[in-house]
Design a binder for this molecule. Structure first.
Ligand code: ADP
Ligand code: ZN
Length: 430
């Protein structure tokens, strides 16, 4: 079922036309109303009229996180501050957060995109969504909340944490869907198992939306198996509204990017050159409908690729692949580039491994992978532990080409985060 069938299945040609119209409109607005963009465009001698096709976007300069920070808080607004009805922030890497402002229409459009995502994955008015993202300055919870409300879904605005209460809410309100970070979902799965709860009998869950941080296909499968539900990947970032930028449909093979609202590009992160569909690189987004704070060619640092093939669901908006990692999450050991997700993928595919892990970088050549394993393994034969440790080491070496030191821990040893998980501890002194 569709929320907006006409737009979701629009022909590629019509979509391109619509994008061009909206792109030109956006460029015009930032050129005349945002001094930062005016200056940037002037420097390379580009005028709004020079954009004759969507591909001409590659002539425009990028916007970076640093640009948002430098213009904190209101420097990038395209209409008066008085028109703004909400501000969200995201962590940012340095002291100041990145502030993103929304007009009333911006909020409404963000909610509309979420409505598409939820209906696309089978949600209806009679569903109950337990929203376990952090309510507050982050976009995750509130943007989803407004979208679900639009569909008419009952929302349980639980926020993260207090797992005992979460289960109570799930039972009492007959929650059918969760919106949750992958790391908290893994914790919740462990918790439910330890309490002897059978999710397929004691709960009413049908699906979960996992996003806000990278996770592996193996993690998805693990959560699906334990809860007996469908897990859909949800991608977004505050700079582009928050959740609802790209979302999986029933086929769960890549996430449809709502191209009537965003131009998506994949670039070579080193040269800035646009890569053809299918090639892996850094995602870059341009807003097409934003009034308050339009952003041109925003560099996400997220690594993915555009899937060129049509999706059998009938939606024409191109899909992006599961995020491979953030370029700033990547670390180097013995000269090899490694993403935390590669390690997660291996760990989650090994029987006996529980839900939590941590990567500790000791030096340029040494890393430790600390991994929680099933409790009963500690009570059994010690040789089993040694075998498991060797197996994990060997499987990791095959994947990342570096042999880590592997430590096995009892469940509950490693810290659990309520927000985004911190998987990598960097003890290297440079
Ligand atoms: P930040 O984490 O930079 O403070 P946000 O809270 O806006 O900013 O989070 C957006 C980031 O979260 C994305 O750029 C991406 O790195 C990550 N993210 C969000 N959803 C997913 C997902 N489904 N898979 C992988 N990474 C994701
Ligand atoms: Zn699809």
């Amino acid at each position: 079922m569709f929320w907006d069938e006409e737009l979701e299945t629009i022909s590629q040609n019509k979509l391109k036309e619509l994008q061009l119209k909206r792109l030109r409109d956006t460029i015009g607005r930032v050129y005349f109303n945002v001094p930062f963009y005016h200056k940037k465009f002037k420097e390379i001698n580009i005028k709004p009229d020079d954009i004759k096709s969507v591909d001409d976007i590659s002539k425009l300069p990028f916007t970076t996180r640093q640009d948002i920070l430098d213009n904190y808080p209101t420097g990038l607004l395209a209409v008066s501050r008085d028109e703004m009805v909400r501000v969200h922030t995201s962590s940012g890497t340095t002291g100041k957060p990145k502030a993103i402002f929304f007009t009333k229409n911006d909020i409404d459009r963000a909610a509309d995109l979420i409505a598409r995502c939820l209906v696309m994955t089978g949600m209806r008015k009679n569903d109950v969504l337990q929203n376990m993202m952090t309510y507050g300055l982050f976009t995750g919870a509130l943007v989803m909340h407004y979208g679900a409300e639009k569909v008419g879904i009952l929302i349980v605005p639980a926020g993260p944490g207090n797992t005992e209460r979460q289960i109570l809410l799930m039972k009492d309100f007959k929650t059918t869907a969760l919106h949750i970070t992958p790391s908290y979902a893994l914790y919740l799965a462990e918790y439910i198992k330890s309490k002897g709860i059978d999710p397929t009998k004691d709960l009413y869950l049908k699906r979960a939306y996992l996003g806000a941080e990278p996770y592996s296909e193996e993690t998805r499968r693990k959560i699906e198996d334990i809860f007996g539900i469908d897990v859909y990947n949800s991608y977004g970032l505050s700079e582009m509204n928050g959740p609802g930028v790209a979302f999986e449909c029933e086929y769960k093979e890549g996430m449809h990017t709502w191209e009537d609202n965003f131009v998506v590009e994949v670039i070579d992160p080193d040269t800035g050159e646009v890569l053809p569909d299918g090639q892996k690189g850094e995602l870059v987004f341009t807003t097409l409908q934003r009034e308050g704070m339009p952003l041109i060619r925003y560099r996400t640092r997220d690594i993915s690729r555009i899937i060129p093939e049509r999706c059998p669901c009938g939606r024409t908006h191109r899909r992006i692949e599961r995020i491979f990692g953030r370029s700033d999450d990547m670390f180097i050991v013995k000269g090899v580039n490694i993403f935390p997700q590669q390690i997660e993928n291996v760990l989650m595919s090994i029987k006996g491994v529980a839900m939590n892990y941590q990567i500790v970088l000791e030096s340029l050549d040494n890393m430790i992978v600390r991994v929680e394993i099933a409790k009963d393994l500690f009570d059994g034969n010690v040789m089993h532990l040694v075998n498991l440790q060797n197996r994990i080491t060997e499987e990791l070496r095959k994947e990342i080409l570096v042999k880590p030191k592997v430590e096995l821990l009892e469940p509950g040893t490693l810290p659990v985060s309520e927000g985004k998980a911190k998987r990598v501890i960097d003890n290297r002194t440079l």
